[in-house]
Design a protein around this ligand. Structure first.
Ligand SMILES: Cc1cc2nc3c(=O)[nH]c(=O)nc-3n(C[C@H](O)[C@H](O)[C@H](O)COP(=O)(O)OP(=O)(O)OC[C@H]3O[C@@H](n4cnc5c(N)ncnc54)[C@H](O)[C@@H]3O)c2cc1C
Length: 501
């Protein structure tokens, strides 16, 4: 079983399911850090808001992240500088630092118990092969008024050739922050509903969002669903990747708090510590791959465990989890109104979205209150940047096209249901159609079409998560076909058992 240390330690919220028809100014779909912070700000500004969460607050990627908050970016500031300009990289660093400071203010104002602390951020090379990357990042970060130091050693039992340290970054327990902030939202102006997945948005004069047992009519909608639900041209500029995490309980070792990013190419990892009562943990994350395009997903956990045991005195691996992120084609997230009038997006955060999610909420709050926001233009969702996007756009969309080609007749993984072991799933060809067939531990078969309900790509079995993952745009479905995440609105189509197989 996989579960994140955050979701296992932060108390759950208990909001009702939507069972009526209501009318609001703004409907927010998604109760992660983006949706909850947007709801908080919009309700505070006097807007009538409804927030609809498919499952539990912070049950999406926010609750499966690392909980680090920083001005820098996964892609590196020096890349943003060379792809865009010094001015743009400066705006990115400043806007992100503004969001980190805003989170700290919220924590203080509402006394949110989420282990928020200021810590240093480090990026390091293990060997001199990657020293150039570190040197470039030092030069870039120093340019943007960040407190930068160059080091050749770290307070970690890991080989270090060169490192950059940036002071005054932060970390917290993301689920504790998001869940407690949701409870602080002005309930006169905002109603929150859990276990209320939106399955359809009707565009009439206003927007009507439907769940299984209610509707919300709104003038504006924010899709705070990590990647937009439904079909948007923007999805050709968003590339879904998965990444893995473990929290290892330590027998001994005193690792100073900090955000530690290792540049080693074979298994780019991020490390941090967390304490729960008397127990100290080190979190190790890495193993990035395109969604739905692996043969053996479990090997990523194994590699993380090997890495953790190589460096630390590990008692046991108490938590393991994985999550998804969406890389933007031109290196910046997409925040603002979509080409569909009155629908607002906040996506393409890569692995930097705790900060970008809060920044999105700040930008969208200004936009929906007709106020100027100094970062709106930089991140606007409707921007068109063919030159800056070209390399990634071509590479990633060729990759998507290849996934469609894989859907050739007879390209199934099993010829009969008997080849499927209990607890396992396989794509099986049945009467010229591909089925995603899962055999549960009791031996019962669950059959559904293997065609993703977003844009018809064939899903892939993920052995580590027991899910069906779409290699094209990152939709994921439970073993029994229900939507977990990604752009698909609908579950995989059920098929009834074929006795011939
Ligand atoms: C392994 C990993 C580690 C990361 N670590 C960090 C980090 O340390 N720092 C950082 O800044 N970023 C990090 N990120 C990125 C960050 O976690 C995400 O970008 C961020 O959490 C996105 O927040 P969100 O609110 O937009 O989306 P989510 O947290 O995914 O929330 C979206 C919500 O929408 C709900 N939803 C979806 N569909 C529907 C529907 N139809 N109806 C109703 N609700 C729906 C989901 O249930 C979910 O709760 C990491 C990402 C990964 C993959």
């Amino acid at each position: 079983m996989t579960s994140s240390i955050w979701n296992s330690t932060a108390p759950l919220t208990n909001f009702p399911t939507l069972k009526e028809s209501i009318v609001v100014d703004v409907a927010i779909v998604g109760g992660g850090i983006t949706g909850v912070t947007s709801a908080y700000l919009l309700a505070k500004s006097g807007k009538k808001v409804a927030l609809l969460e498919a499952e539990k607050i912070s049950g999406g990627t926010s609750g499966y992240s690392t909980g680090n908050l920083y001005a820098m970016v996964d892609k590196r500031l020096h890349h943003i500088q060379s792809k865009w300009s010094e001015e743009t990289a400066g705006k990115v660093a400043r806007s992100r630092m503004t969001a980190v400071n805003f989170i700290e203010n919220l924590v203080k104002e509402h006394q949110i118990d989420c282990d928020f602390r200021r810590v240093p951020w480090y990026l390091f090379s293990e060997t001199d092969k990657k020293d150039k990357t570190i040197e470039k990042e030092i030069a870039a970060a120093a340019h943007y008024n960040l407190e930068v130091h160059e080091l050749d050693d770290l307070p970690l039992p890991v080989p270090v050739s060169k490192a950059i340290k940036v002071d005054q970054q932060a970390q917290f327990n993301p689920s504790a922050f998001v869940r407690k902030l949701a409870q602080k939202i002005d309930s006169e102006n905002c109603r929150i509903f859990e276990n209320s997945p939106v399955y359809h948005i009707e565009k009439e004069e206003e927007l009507i969002l439907s769940t299984a047992s209610g509707t919300v009519t709104a003038q504006k909608v924010i899709l705070a669903t990590h990647t937009p639900k439904g079909i948007y041209a923007l999805q050709t500029a968003l590339y879904p990747y998965r990444e893995y995490a473990i929290a290892a309980k330590l027998k001994s070792g005193d690792i100073p708090e900090g955000i530690y990013w290792d540049t080693e190419a074979d298994f780019h990892t991020s490390m941090r510590t967390y304490s729960k009562g008397e127990d100290n943990y080190v979190l190790v994350l890495g193993g990035h791959h395109k969604v739905g395009q692996e043969d053996d997903y479990s090997r990523f956990y194994e590699k993380l465990e090997q890495n953790a045991r190589r460096f630390f005195d590990v008692e046991e691996i108490e938590y393991k989890w994985s999550a998804q992120h969406y890389k933007p084609a031109d290196g910046l997230p997409y925040i603002g109104e979509s080409p569909d009038d009155n629908i607002f997006l906040a996506t393409g955060f890569s692995t930097d979205g705790l900060t970008y999610g809060v920044l999105s909420a700040m930008i969208l709050n200004d936009q929906l209150n007709d106020r100027h926001n100094e970062w709106s233009d930089l991140y606007k969702a409707s921007r068109f940047t063919p030159v800056k996007s070209a390399k990634n756009f071509i590479k990633e969309n060729l990759n998507v096209a290849k996934q469609y080609l894989k859907d050739l007749p007879r390209k199934a993984e099993a010829d009969s249901f008997s080849e499927i072991m209990p607890g396992q799933g396989k794509v099986v060809e049945v009467d010229d159609e591909k089925w995603a067939v899962f055999k549960d531990d009791a031996g019962q078969l669950h059959c559904q079409s293997a065609v993703c309900t977003h844009m018809d790509c064939i899903v892939d079995w993920n052995d580590a998560e027991k899910s069906w993952d779409c290699p094209c745009h990152g939709s994921r479905f439970k073993a029994t076909g229900e939507v977990i995440e990604g752009p698909a609105f609908s579950p995989l189509d059920k098929r009834s058992m074929n006795p011939k197989k």
